[in-house]
Design a protein around this ligand. Structure first.
Ligand code: NAD
Ligand code: UGA
Length: 462
């Protein structure tokens, strides 16, 4: 039985996943390690509301187990040494250099973990791939681990994570399924069973699916590709709706009621963001190309092309509707996170819309309930479109939505935060330049009500 777990990587996946394992398995000691000292210090902050990741319900769960059987530490070596099972939950971003630049997953952090485990381990270990990885990564990890020459035996499992940000706690407590892939020989199956036993503490057995390791690795990329494809599919239709008088929300409802299609993931938007959809599809495209499967690659690449198009045309439409110029005009951006209920901004559509509007010399005022000012500037600087000073000049970040909208020519809604619905829109209207425009990138607000107040309201696909 597993008594001691180490998780390398205290990010959006490692932190919440291990907090739930610690809560549900009080008999297991769980240590989450990371090289990032600030991140670990934040996880250990005496005020549990200051943990580095905002997820509804997470701080209470951390508070319950932290210091009992859940620990956060920078001492990677000791945690590896003590553990029977090691989860690798480090980032796997798109490569920014060399072969596969801009497409392939950068596996350097994964390899560093494997080498660290090989160096430190003195007893047999089960190594679990929690990060999203290209199919067949397990064989590379295995290769590194099997050449230590010190007699330590390793089993590699694939256990991809399907949680979505903003609902991480609910997803982890009540997952649609848990997927575990391992070697098909007896030793491999023993390792698989040990991980099944951990999840069985709270997940019904029929929802714990075991497969061979390659199927498990590739299922994760496939799941994200399918989800993103649905968003691109509905977004492609939104453009057609705007030309024809059809309503995208009515279409989504009409097709979603077909059981074979299903109603989830059919919300038209300014475009999907998040750290994973784009990187995982690019990775899939790269893998397909590397096997010479060019049609497969082109098919999936179109999902990204459509998404980029959706975001770009949203920004272009703002310029067009504001009489073809936004130069010197004040525009409020409500929402910077890539979706509601998270402070994560990675690949958020807001970054690209803002960048496009800044290129047109707009003055932006940004408000997001959970994203901090420095993050907004970091995101814009990261694009390297213009010097930092110009981003500071063009963008003001405020912590009050009414202040954000004051004296603006237009408001762009870029994240579907529930609180936006509750604002006093009449008051906002009274303090705006006229005509007062709202570009709702999330189809969040009540069109009839806003038009009654006097806004020129434009939603996606309407
Ligand atoms: P993240 O960037 O939030 O966290 C990764 C952490 O790993 C960082 O804090 C980093 O400092 C740490 N790290 C990197 N190399 C290290 C090393 N050698 N030793 C110790 N720590 C190290 O990333 P994330 O969002 O948690 O994603 C992790 C993986 O999970 C990715 O492969 C991602 O595709 C996958 N995933 C993410 C989500 C999500 O919602 N974010 C969901 C499912 C799967
Ligand atoms: C997604 C998947 O849903 C998770 O299963 C997966 O584990 C995760 O990626 C990952 O591998 O990182 P996440 O990116 O956190 O989770 O959030 P989603 O709810 O999938 O939303 C992604 C983006 O698509 C957001 O920008 C969201 O606003 C957008 N979206 C989603 C739409 O525009 N329309 C929809 O109908 C659904």
């Amino acid at each position: 039985m597993i008594k001691n777990i180490c998780c390398i990587g205290a990010g959006y996946v490692g932190g919440p996943t291990m907090a739930i394992i610690a809560q549900k398995c009080p008999h297991i000691k769980v240590t989450v390690v990371d090289l990032n000292e600030k991140r670990i210090a934040d996880w250990n902050d005496p005020n549990v509301d200051n943990i580095p990741i905002y997820e509804p319900g997470l701080s209470a769960i951390v508070a319950e187990s932290r210091g009992r059987n859940l620990f956060f530490s920078t001492d990677v070596d000791s945690a590896i040494d003590e553990a029977d099972m090691i989860f690798i939950s480090v980032n796997t971003p798109t490569k920014t250099y060399g072969v596969g630049k801009g497409m392939a997953a950068d596996l350097k952090y994964i390899e560093l973990c494997a080498r660290q485990i090989a160096k430190i381990a003195k007893s047999d270990k089960i190594v679990v791939e929690k990060s999203t990885l290209p199919v067949r990564t397990a064989s590379a990890i295995k290769n590194i681990l099997e050449h230590t020459g010190n007699g330590v035996k390793f089993q590699i499992l694939s256990n991809p994570e399907f949680l979505a940000e903003g609902t991480a706690v609910a997803d982890l407590l009540n997952p649609d399924r848990v997927l575990i892939g391992g070697d098909t020989d007896a030793e491999g199956q023993k390792a698989v069973q040990k991980l099944v036993d951990i999840y069985s503490n709270w997940v019904p057995k029929n929802q714990i699916l075991t497969t061979n390791i390659w199927s498990s690795e590739l299922s994760k990329l496939t799941a994200n590709a399918f989800l993103a494809q649905r968003v691109s599919s509905i977004n492609s239709m939104s453009e057609l709706c705007e030309k024809t008088g059809a309503e995208i929300s009515e279409i989504a409802k009409a097709i979603g009621m077909d059981n074979r299609i299903g109603s989830e993931f059919l919300k038209s938007s300014v475009g999907f963001g998040g750290s994973c959809f784009k990187k995982d599809i690019l990775n899939l495209v790269y893998i397909a190309k590397s096997y010479g499967l060019n049609e497969v690659a082109d098919y999936w690449e179109q999902v990204i092309i459509m998404n980029d198009h959706q975001t770009a045309r949203f920004a272009k439409n703002i310029v067009k509707k504001l009489y073809n110029t936004v130069s010197g005009k004040k525009i409020a951006i409500l929402g910077w996170a890539f979706k509601k209920d998270t402070n994560d901004t990675r690949e958020s559509a807001a970054i690209y819309v803002a960048d496009n509007l800044l290129a047109e010399q707009a003055n932006l005022v940004v408000f997001d309930p959970k994203v901090k000012e420095h993050q907004i500037y970091t995101d814009l600087n990261h694009l390297a479109t213009r010097p930092h000073g110009e981003n500071i000049e063009g963008v003001t970040v405020v912590d009050n939505p009414y202040e954000a909208c004051n004296e603006t020519h237009a408001i762009a809604i870029l994240t579907e935060w529930e609180e936006f619905k509750t604002y006093d829109w009449e008051k906002i209207y009274n303090h705006m330049q006229k005509p007062a425009f709202i570009f709702d990138g999330r189809n969040l607000l009540d069109k009839n009500e806003l038009e009654r107040i006097g806004f020129v309201y434009q939603a996606v696909g309407s």
